[in-house]
Every structure is written in C-alpha cells, then in structure tokens.
Design a protein around this ligand. Structure first.
Ligand SMILES: [Zn+2]
Length: 305
C-alpha cells in the first residue's frame, strides 16, 4: 500500500515538474493538420487527400504518448518535441542524429548540467519521418495490385503512410511554436540571458500562448487566408533548420506580445491574434510542403549503394 502511494506520488511529481513542452493544444495541432491536407494539390494520391480525419487525429498523437505511466517511452519521446537552439554550439548540426550527438560532445555542448535530452532533437524527428514517408510512398507506387494478397499489402502501405504523415504533422507544428526552439521555453531564463525588456520570468507563458489563447481567440478562418500553397522543398535538413530558425527569430516578439497582455484571458489584441494565426499558417504550409516533397521525390529510383 505504502509502495503504491509512493508510486502515485512519484507520478504526480513528474507531472508537476515536467517541462511544458507539449506544443500547441489539441485545437492548434488539429487545425494545422486539417488545413495542410486541404491545401494539397490534386496530384497527391486520393487516399491521402481523403484521410482528413485520420491525419487530424494523428497530428495530436505524439502528445498522447507522454504519460509517466510509460517512463521509457516518455524519456525518449519528450526531447523529440523541441530543440534548444541556444544550447547547440556553432557547426554542430549535421543531417544525422548520431553525428550531431558526437559533435555536441566534441564541442563541449554536453556537460553534467546539459544532457542530450535537455537540448532536444526536433529537426531530426522531422527529417527522419519525412524520409520514412518518402520511402513508403515509393513502395506504394510500385506495389502490384493484381491479387487479393497484393491489394491487402498495398492497403497496409497506405495505413503506414497515413500513420507516418500524421505523426510528422505533430512535430512540424511544434516547430512553428517559437517556445519549442529555446531555453526560454516557459519564462525568460535570466541565468542564460539578460532580460532588459522585462519579459515574464514566470512559468505559464508556454500554455498561455499555445493552448489558452489559441483555444479562446484563434479561429480557423483567421488562419486559412494566410496559408500559402505547398511548394517542393530543397534539401530536407537545410529546409527544416531554416524553418526552425525562422520560428526562433520570433521569440522576442512573442515575449513582447505577452508582456503587453496580448495572450491574457479575454484579450482582443489584434496583433497577438495575427501572430498566432501566422504561426499556425506557416506550420500548415511547411507540413503540406514536406508531404508534397516526399510524394514528388518518391518517383525517383533509389540509387544502388
Ligand atoms: Zn509536441
């Protein structure tokens, strides 16, 4: 009994101290995914364009994997949702997760108080999933469909594609949230950087912006007109880093809007609303572009090793 109570206490404690790095609320994630699917060009496969509900559900799924009841999974999954760019020494980003870790060690980025998990792996998760998606699209294009077993296998590939693309939607959306790219993820970190403009140092800004404010003040009709058509991307890792750095560049803007009460309950601050809507639109555009690029590039024959 005592053990049970202690276990329960430990779970509660983990819930209390776990950093708020969940990334948009369910509403924001669903909106990004839905808008991305609806913006796809007609040369994407029909089964994909029709799977609005499935993709939308999956777009929030990685936050459903964050229960302390599954501690090993939680430990691996949590750092996939963010990248603390300030923690990464110059020249450490390489398009390979383990080479990146090696570089971090070599350049002094990992110390006793800075673990790999506290730096985060968001760019890797995005690019790895996009490459996985491209490979599955390639299998689907070539899958024969003459016999019943062949058709069953092809349907399984379609299921795989939807799962991968839906999970990818989550991490892409997280990347558009500037607080997922920074050590100032929930209150200005004054031990890390000075705070001359008086940004909040209290916890709460993270959920206030991505969840409470989006739930209360942002409508899909605010976001849709800001959405650009998907484009074919260049090299995936560079494009992903550019996307995350652009998001990071808006960090102080976000803190400033918060300082003037833009995200407070009942706020009618037009710029704050525009800011959130633009971030969601940029996420939907990047997501649709990654899906589209994976599809277009799956036409290419793999070169032999
Ligand atoms: Zn997340």
């Amino acid at each position: 009994m005592r053990d049970k109570r202690m276990a329960f206490g430990a779970v509660a404690l983990v819930l209390l101290i776990a950093p708020c790095t969940w990334g948009w609320g369910e509403k924001g994630h669903r909106m990004v995914t839905r808008l991305a699917v609806r913006s796809l060009p007609h040369d994407m496969p029909l089964f994909f364009r029709r799977a609005v509900w499935e993709l939308e559900y999956l777009g929030y799924d990685p936050d459903r994997w964050r229960s302390p009841m599954e501690p090993t999974l939680n430990a691996a999954n949590a750092p996939e949702h963010f990248i603390n760019l300030e923690r990464v020494p110059e020249g450490s980003f390489l398009p390979d997760r383990y080479q990146f870790l090696q570089r971090l060690v070599e350049r002094g980025g990992i110390r006793s108080d800075v673990t790999p998990a506290s730096i985060g792996f968001l760019p890797y998760r995005i690019v790895e999933l996009t490459e996985l998606l491209r490979g599955q699209f390639r299998l689907w294009r070539r899958a024969p469909r003459r016999t019943a077993p062949e058709r069953a296998e092809r349907r399984q590939i379609e299921q795989n594609i939807l799962f991968i693309a839906g999970v990818l939607a989550h991490f892409v959306a997280d990347g558009a949230q500037p607080l997922h790219t920074t050590v100032h993820y929930d209150g200005w970190n004054t031990t890390f950087a000075p705070n001359p403009r008086g940004y909040t140092t209290e916890r709460g800004i993270h959920l206030r912006f991505e969840n409470d404010f989006v739930n209360e003040a942002v409508r899909e009709s605010d976001v849709r007109p800001l959405l650009a058509r998907p484009r074919r991307l260049g090299p995936l890792f560079e494009e992903t880093m550019r996307y995350l750095r652009e998001s990071h560049a808006l960090l102080e803007r976000l803190y400033e809007l918060d300082r003037v009460g833009g995200f407070a309950p009942g706020s009618t601050h037009a710029e704050a609303r525009r800011f959130a809507a633009e971030r969601l639109a940029v996420a939907a555009h990047m997501l649709a572009s990654l899906w589209y690029t994976a599809w277009v590039e799956s036409r290419d024959e793999p070169s032999l090793p």
